[in-house]
Write a protein that binds this ligand. Structure first.
Ligand code: AFP
Length: 343
């Protein structure tokens, strides 16, 4: 099948496999691979370290949820209308602090903030982050995640941040990743040279390389979609679900994007959040949810579309723009796309 939805130019498994033994810490890995960055000056490396540090703090709080009074809704809503959970707020504070103190980032976009923040510094990078996705799962002890994207700013350093810095297509990402707070905590990221996963060792307080050069199976047998909304799916989407059933695929849907994505990355599968009657443009946010996972999927040999177009080619018009999202194993995403295009 033609790889029309994967323009990543990912190096072959052989050429991108990085010769590092298991036991390599995240810090060492970042240092050893710094020269892969297009503009290797150490600032991007520092941002990745800052994200890792904030994730350790959030991980600690997530693991304490239920023990102290940090569970449950805080009583306010973010711009998207979701109830803000206390841990969402806390995660936003932790990541914002970690990412802004070093001066590498000049602007920040967060799911939890109505507008972007111009940090008024000489930082070269713009960060988009969903500090804690899947927050409705917190109270029931289900895996949740942090999603991040890093872009280079377009406008000259030292001038006010412009729309063009914030509304960049996902293809402009220089790094992206996620942290999964699950049965173990993992940080998975790409800088456009394949995907590597690190597992957190809590007693040592370190991430260790556990999943070097992650590859998503080209075919999979898992489909992840909220079938409770199936009555309002488009005819092609309904046809694709029927196709999955005819193929005797397995349905697995956690309702926590990072967890569903991670499982499908490892095992092969497709995650779909299509347009529904409730969310006619899809539910998920392009800038701080879909772009990062699309970048990782492509770098691992998978694909991500909105049913018709490659996610990484979409130029956002607004900060909190939503999109339909089909992401996962290349052949599965292409099959779903074929049915959409045939309609
Ligand atoms: P919450 O952060 O409100 O739990 O939303 C999670 C999410 O953004 C994503 O992680 C899930 O895959 C998706 O929404 C679940 O949405 P549905 O409940 O409509 O299936």
């Amino acid at each position: 099948m033609q790889r029309s939805f994967n323009n990543a130019n990912t190096p072959s498994i052989e050429s991108s496999r990085i010769a590092v033994p298991i036991g390599t810490t995240l810090d060492r890995f970042i240092k050893n691979n710094q020269d892969q960055f297009a503009y290797a000056s150490g600032e991007l490396s520092q941002l990745l370290r800052d994200i890792a540090l904030a994730s350790k703090v959030v991980n600690r709080e997530v693991n304490k949820a239920g023990l102290i009074d940090i569970m449950g809704a805080v009583g306010s809503q973010n711009l998207a209308g979701d109830d803000q959970q206390k841990l969402d707020v806390l995660a936003n504070i932790r990541f914002t602090r970690a990412l802004t103190k070093g001066g590498e980032a000049s602007a920040l976009v967060s799911e939890e903030l109505d507008t972007f923040v111009d940090l008024n510094n000489d930082g070269k990078y713009v960060i988009a982050i969903d500090p804690l996705d899947g927050s409705s799962n917190i109270d029931v002890n289900v895996s949740i995640g942090t999603i991040f994207s890093i872009y280079r700013r377009k406008s000259p350093v030292g001038t006010p941040i412009q729309e063009e810095d914030i509304l960049q297509p996902g293809s402009e990402q220089v790094a992206a990743g996620y942290v999964l707070y699950g049965s173990s905590t993992m940080l998975v990221y790409t800088t456009g040279h394949g995907v590597n996963g690190f597992t957190y060792e809590p007693t040592l307080g370190e991430y260790f390389l556990s999943h070097p050069d992650m590859r998503m199976p080209v075919d999979g047998k898992i489909y992840s979609v909220n079938e409770g909304s199936a009555n309002s799916f488009s005819a092609p989407m309904k046809a694709y679900i029927q196709y999955c059933k005819d193929q005797r695929y397995t349905a697995r849907y956690i309702g926590s994007l990072v967890a569903d994505f991670h499982r499908n990355l490892l095992k092969g599968g497709i995650y779909i959040y299509p347009a529904t009657a409730k969310d006619p443009k899809g539910k998920l946010r392009l800038i701080y949810e879909c772009n990062a996972l699309a970048f990782i999927a492509e770098q691992a040999g998978g694909a991500a579309t909105n049913g018709h177009e490659r996610i990484l080619d979409l130029t956002p018009a607004t900060l909190h723009q939503r999109t339909a999202f089909y992401v996962g194993s290349l052949n599965m995403v292409e099959k779903a796309g074929e049915l959409e295009s045939a309609s």
